[in-house]
Design a protein around this ligand. Structure first.
Ligand code: HEM
Ligand SMILES: [Cu+2]
Length: 564
């Protein structure tokens, strides 16, 4: 049975109808949950601004739970399903294996997400996204997450099935392209992740139903983080695959070394689990040797993989730009990049934000000794808004701008606003990250409704005035980020509803896919000097920033307890 497909007039990609419909459904669901989660984020951020202190305590914890789950789980995983179908069926030009299963998976995910939002809104599940036992939620809370996870697992299997179909029907030659390889990495990690999630959530569901007496708190954390940490590695693998895709789309860039990039993806699979000990650094019952080995030494292997990508992605862009003649000064290739194109600017801000803010703070806080400086403070959400929002979310936004005409056959509306959107969102989110990290360094606790403890009726606790200022600056950054996030949702939903419809063979006014430089153009480049000097300078700036910040934190630790 042969299925209908069309060929995209702008990109030449082969789009099967069922693939297209599944990508549409998953992408739209993703954006809707981002919008919902973003609204909760605004409420949370305004509550943490001491002068505003918007919500009462119960609504704060409800909103924090709903925020974390809607954005970290529903937005990202729906979008990742769209990426998996794109990276298999569309990139390999193959029909999708068993689209019916993919729809069942989508249905389960949707039911899970709606059920979860419902039960959290009733106030019976304000346990926050980690839902640490012995905090107990309504059974529907755990059930909803399990349904969602089963749906996502089905999506992964459809993805693997599609790889097999493509291979058997010989829709491509040689090995799979790097972007698909990155998606395979993400999907393999996803299977591991979802199995860990099942191992911990099934007994917790049984416990909340009264079927078993208790769930051990330490065991819960240990296994939950096998799930929680690896799910972050899915996000990273997926967004780095998106970086490579955008480098190729916007610049026609090709990876500097396929082998090295593939190896770096593979390192995620090998080393991701040992790093999850960074979530247990202050837990009793886990030995100091285990913590230190896994976080201070072995963790760097997964970090190293990210640094390889962080170097090769801009490097590939630099060499493509130089090959096309932008070969003058150190940074001409970067200065003359299309900064007004949100697909590029979103990706580049994602790269810089993820590396500088997320990466440096992550390695610093991941070291067993200095971790204690910021343990359970707002430094933690400061760090992960740099990774999962500046890094993952912004790169997913960036590729969405490109996907809308390809998949939905609609021209974007409000292109002017779209060209500003990554800057609004990126700047706001960089502010959220930095100010939360600043307040966390001063000791402001995370997940805390009232840091002054006024409701205890006892003495009011005073943080240094600077902490209040930082939280106020965070509140302003929250507003900016929410404006940027809302602009994204409006532009995308608006384009799907009201964007100019593109005819089946109609091309966009501007080329949607860059022509890669020719081999001859690459060969003309100077082979004797360093081929990507600009990227090298950026990398050196990165290492210098890293070293200085790492040193400052050790110094700060040393000053915490006077010895003489
Ligand atoms: C406009 C966008 C956003 C704003 C203003 C925002 C703001 C915040 C704030 C203020 C907190 C609370 C920190 C605390 O009290 O401990 C928070 C928590 C969190 N945010 Fe966001 N955020 C945004 C987007 C996102 C996105 C896109 C993601 C994931 C992709 C995300 C993931 C999380 C998670 C996982 C938590 C922790 C929840 C918990 O502690 O259980 N946020 N956010
Ligand atoms: Cu982690």
């Amino acid at each position: 049975m042969s299925e209908q497909f069309r060929t995209c007039p702008d990109t030449g990609l082969k789009l099967y109808q069922s693939t297209e419909n599944l990508i549409k459904a998953n992408a739209v669901a993703a954006v809707v949950f981002l919008l919902v989660g973003g609204i909760y984020g605004l409420l949370v951020g305004l509550t943490r601004w001491p002068a505003v202190h918007l919500l009462p305590a119960d609504w704060f914890y409800l909103s924090l739970t709903a925020h974390g789950i809607n954005v970290l789980i529903f937005w990202l995983i729906f979008f990742e399903m769209a990426i998996l179908y794109f990276a298999s069926s569309v990139i390999l030009g193959s029909r999708l294996a068993v689209p019916k299963f993919a729809w069942v998976g989508f249905g389960l995910m949707l039911i899970g997400a709606l059920m979860n939002n419902y039960i959290v809104l009733t106030g019976e599940a304000s346990v926050m996204m980690t839902s640490y036992a012995p905090m107990e939620a309504h059974p529907l809370f755990y059930l909803s997450l399990i349904l969602f996870a089963v749906g996502a697992l089905i999506g992964c299997f459809v993805f693997f099935g599609t790889l097999v179909v493509a291979k058997e029907e010989k829709t491509y030659e040689g090995s799979v392209p790097l972007v698909t390889f990155g998606a395979i990495t993400a999907a393999i990690i996803a299977v591991f992740t979802i199995v860990s999630g099942a191992i911990i959530l099934l007994p917790t569901l049984a416990w909340s139903l009264g079927l078993i007496a208790e769930v051990d708190a330490l065991m819960y954390r240990l296994i939950w983080w096998a799930f929680g940490h690896s799910s972050q590695q899915i996000n990273v693998a997926a967004h780095i695959a998106v970086w490579y895709a955008i480098a190729s789309i916007v610049f026609g860039a090709k990876p500097m070394s396929e082998k090295v990039s593939r190896m770096a993806f593979f390192m995620y699979i090998l080393f991701l689990q040992i790093a999850s000990a960074h979530h247990l650094l202050v837990d009793p019952g886990v030995s100091a040797e285990f913590k230190m080995f896994n976080t201070s030494y072995a963790m760097y292997l997964a970090v190293m993989a990210s640094m390889v990508h962080g170097l090769t992605v801009p490097g590939s862009i630099e060499s493509a730009q130089r090959a096309k003649g932008l070969n003058g000064s150190l940074f001409e290739w970067l200065r003359r990049a299309p900064w007004g194109n949100p697909t590029f600017s979103g990706m580049f801000l994602s790269l810089v934000g993820f590396g500088f803010l997320g990466g440096i703070s992550g390695v610093t806080m991941g070291a067993e000794q200095i971790n204690i400086l910021i343990h359970n403070t707002v430094y933690v959400p400061g760090h992960f808004h740099a990774t999962v929002v500046l890094g993952t979310t912004l790169s997913f936004m960036a590729i969405t701008y490109w996907l809308v005409p390809v998949i939905f056959r609609r021209d974007l509306i409000w292109k002017g606003l779209a060209s500003w959107q990554p800057y609004l969102f990126g700047l706001g989110m960089a502010g959220v990250s930095l100010f939360l990290m600043g307040a966390g360094t001063l000791g402001v606790p995370r997940r805390h409704w009232d840091i002054t403890f006024s409701m205890t009726g006892g003495e009011v606790y005073e943080f240094p005035a600077a902490a209040n200022t930082l939280l106020a600056l965070n509140g302003l950054s929250v507003a900016l980020a929410v404006a940027g996030g809302a602009a994204f949702c409006l532009i995308i939903v608006g384009s799907l509803l009201f964007g100019r419809k593109l005819g089946p063979d109609e091309q966009l006014d501007t080329p949607h896919m860059a022509t890669p430089p020719t081999d001859a153009e690459y060969e003309k480049l100077d082979k004797h000097g360093i081929s990507v000097p600009g990227t090298l300078v950026l990398a050196l700036v990165f290492f210098a920033a890293f070293a200085v910040y790492y040193f400052i934190n050790w110094k700060y630790l040393a000053e915490t307890w006077g010895i003489s």
